[in-house]
Design a protein around this ligand. Structure first.
Ligand code: GLA
Length: 731
């Protein structure tokens, strides 16, 4: 299809009093539409994003709201007194851009329809293509921009947002994630107030520890989980980002989202194309959980390597069990004990490498990816064989983007670390850690070759935990020329993507976890190359309920690695029953992070039974299911609850956790969601400790309508009570 093919038909336009909307571009998913107004030679206007409309209704949108007054992608130079999405300095020093529509093109892109709106300046040869990819099977539209020019010298890009959208003012609230190490993905909920609200990060290497480039925008007052109109926006970028909401005395909030422009001026050569990261947008009238379900479905179908249909294994990670002491007999023991309770994969964490410098703590050896045979005399193959002996798959930890002062790699290639010429290095973790310079193709090759060699030499490696423990501290690249030093924040991540794409092309089936010193790499920027995220180094089950709650706003359960760890917990010292720890971890990708041999016989028996239930009953519904968050831990009701259903709502899994315990406290009735109101469901209680009886609900049959309207009494009668029920439709 060519120019104007998406415009409303002449017949419809002719019936209107004016031809004002004859350049409308309608971009639709199964249940949503976005409407732009693109008159050739005029600036591009944003008209609407919401419930799906058809072409015959376009004029009604215009009649209902004069949305055409809102610029869709404002550039500096048109209205210099307003915030803009794009700002450049032309080769001759002029700073203005006035972009008008040159054409609209649409084409079928398989699972999506792609629309490209071309804008150009009429004085300078500078062009912007705005891309909109509307999925056919899920309510997500991806949007991004590409720039190119034909000026004599470089054009300097000073701001380069991926997307801008006006949002009608009213009672608009935003929900976003923030935190820090071991307290990631806390949910912040706030109304938009006058002024400019900025959510940004400047870590340089990870963008999931502090703030996140992911936001929900609730249009109908204080956000609710299962009702109300909500927009979602996530930036698919692993580097620094900036989200801006401008609220002034006018009828729209202006929302901008893109890479962070801080210290990031980008010189674009003649003919070169600059592409911004994609923003994935969604809209729903089904509350925050509805927006989450849209993202989860989109991620599983279109965003993850592993895809939606493969179950993620139940694994044991060695970190909290032995930390750096990954001695072969200990590895053997852990594998034996984990296999005995039904585990599927063993992952050896940090500590396995280093020759001249040993990896016995976090001070040295990063970059020296050679097995430490004093710990592992039979090398990696020996461990693969042991895993095989116990019927387990094998995985291994690496941190490819970093090096230590105490490493052979750094001794040989000091210029491969990011460094500021003439200044002393600043160090991260362990007092000696630095980031490698991924702007440098030689460094990219080194990392690719290291991972490729590992996977090629040991085809038995089924899983990699790819860690990133250090922020970008030394803003200088020995590779980039002086006039391009301000490219580091962006080129680092382009270099990372280059490496990951090559690894994925050669090793598509290896499961790779993104870890960022805990949850630092929970990001849609790396999602296309990774199968799951380590969401936090905090494995305390109580705190984890909050961390997982926030992560689930945007990321699907099969990407959320959740591990049962020891009690007292290593981070908080909290003592929590094993059942509670399992029940929390089972609401995502279940794993363990402890010495399985340290459990009592009764605990081992319980763990074996419960892992079996997870694999057979919970996993298919939790990992592929539709999430309904029911009672928020943030609402301070004394308990929290969430559930998953399968697609036809014939099965559901319900989780409930007691968060606080006082005598005679009121535990409210739990009302479910997402069930078939007309069907009757039978309760089956799972994860029942050995020697205990299931609650009175076990075996009860209750109609979906009653479960959703009236609800039921959830037996959470003790401190750290928790319940897991399977509901099966029986008619
Ligand atoms: C980071 C990770 C942990 C563990 C250690 C190993 O902190 O988040 O899970 O892998 O590194 O050093």
């Amino acid at each position: 299809m060519k120019l104007k093919s998406l415009f409303v038909s002449a017949a419809i336009a002719a019936s209107m009093p004016m031809m004002a909307w004859n350049g409308s571009v309608l971009i639709s998913t199964p249940n949503t539409s976005m409407l732009l107004h693109a008159d050739e030679g005029s600036d591009l206007r944003f008209a609407y994003y919401g419930e799906r409309i058809d072409e015959s209704e376009i004029h009604q949108i215009h009649d209902a709201w004069d949305g055409l007054n809102q610029a869709a992608y404002p550039a500096f130079g048109e209205k210099v007194h307003e915030l803009t999405a794009l700002q450049v300095v032309h080769a001759d020093g002029n700073m203005s851009l006035e972009l008008t529509v040159q054409g609209v093109e649409t084409h079928d892109a398989g699972d999506a329809v792609e629309t490209v709106i071309t804008l150009a300046d009429d004085v300078y040869p500078f062009t912007v293509d705005l891309h909109y990819r509307a999925y056919k099977d899920v309510d997500v539209i991806e949007s991004w921009a590409t720039y190119k020019h034909n000026e004599k010298k470089d054009v300097v890009l000073q701001r380069f947002d991926s997307f801008q959208m006006p949002i009608r003012q009213g009672d608009v609230w935003i929900s976003h994630l923030y935190g820090s190490w071991a307290a990631e993905t806390s949910v912040a909920t706030e109304p938009l107030q006058p002024g400019i609200k900025v959510i940004s990060n400047i870590d340089g290497s990870r963008n999931g520890h502090l703030s996140h480039p992911d936001v929900m925008i609730s249009l109908d007052g204080k956000p609710q989980e299962n009702q109300g109109r909500v927009y979602g926006a996530v930036l698919c970028w692993s580097g620094n980002f900036k989200l801006r909401f401008q609220t002034e005395y006018r009828n729209v909030h202006k929302f901008f989202i893109g890479m962070n422009d801080e210290a990031s001026e980008y010189r674009l050569a003649k003919g070169e194309v600059f592409e911004t990261p994609k923003v994935a947008l969604t809209y729903t009238a089904k509350g925050l959980s509805g927006a989450s379900r849209n993202y989860h479905r989109w991620a599983r179908k279109h965003g993850m390597v592993y895809g939606s249909d493969k179950p993620h294994d139940v694994l044991l990670n060695s970190w909290e069990g032995v930390y750096f002491d990954v001695f072969e007999p200990k590895m053997d023991e852990m594998m034996r004990d984990f296999a005995a309770i039904g585990g599927e994969m063993f992952v050896m964490d940090d500590g396995w490498f280093g020759t001249k410098y040993k990896r016995n703590n976090d001070k040295g050896a990063l970059g020296d990816w050679i097995v430490d045979t004093t710990k592992l005399p039979n090398g990696i193959q020996g461990l693969v064989n042991t895993a095989d002996k116990y019927g387990l798959k094998f995985g291994i930890w690496v941190e490819p983007e970093a090096t230590n002062v105490e490493s052979v790699l750094y001794e040989k290639h000091p210029d491969w670390a990011l460094n500021v010429k003439g200044r002393n290095q600043h160090y991260g973790r362990g007092g000696g850690q630095m980031l490698l310079d991924l702007c440098n193709p030689k460094v990219q090759d080194f990392i690719y070759n290291m991972v490729d060699t590992l996977l090629t030499n040991y085809p038995g490696i089924a899983y990699i935990k790819w860690d990133a423990n250090v922020e970008l501290k030394n803003y200088g690249s020995s590779y980039l020329p002086a006039y391009k030093q301000s490219h580091i924040y962006i080129d680092y991540h382009r270099g990372l993507v280059n490496v990951l794409e090559r690894i994925r092309a050669k090793h598509p089936d290896v499961v790779i976890q993104a870890c960022g010193g805990g949850g630092g790499r929970v990001s849609y920027g790396v999602m296309p190359y990774f199968d799951e995220f380590w969401v936090s180094d905090n494995t305390d089950a109580l705190q984890r309920i909050f961390i997982q709650w926030g992560t689930s706003y945007f990321y699907p359960a099969n990407a959320m690695a959740q591990h049962v760890s020891a009690s007292p917990n290593h981070q908080t010292g909290r003592v929590v029953p094993l059942k509670f720890r399992f029940d929390v971890a089972m609401s995502g990708r279940l794993g363990m992070e402890m010495q399985p041999g340290s459990m009592t016989d009764a605990e081992r028996e319980y763990a074996k039974k419960t892992i079996g239930e997870y694999k057979e009953i919970l996993r298919p519904i939790v990992q592929q299911g539709n999430l309904y968050r029911l009672v928020s831990p943030y609402d301070d009701k004394g308990y929290a609850s969430l559930m998953y259903t399968n697609d036809d709502a014939s099965r559901a899994i319900v989780f409930a956790y007691k968060m606080k315990h006082f005598n005679n406290m009121l535990v409210p009735r739990l009302r479910l969601d997402g069930l078939d109101a007309s069907k009757t469901y039978e309760f089956r209680e799972l994860s029942v400790p050995v020697g205990e009886n299931p609650s009175h609900l076990n075996g009860k049959r209750i109609k979906g309508a009653i479960l959703m309207n009236t609800g039921f009494e959830i037996p959470l009668d003790r401190e750290y009570s928790s319940r897991v029920y399977e509901l099966v439709a029986i008619d």
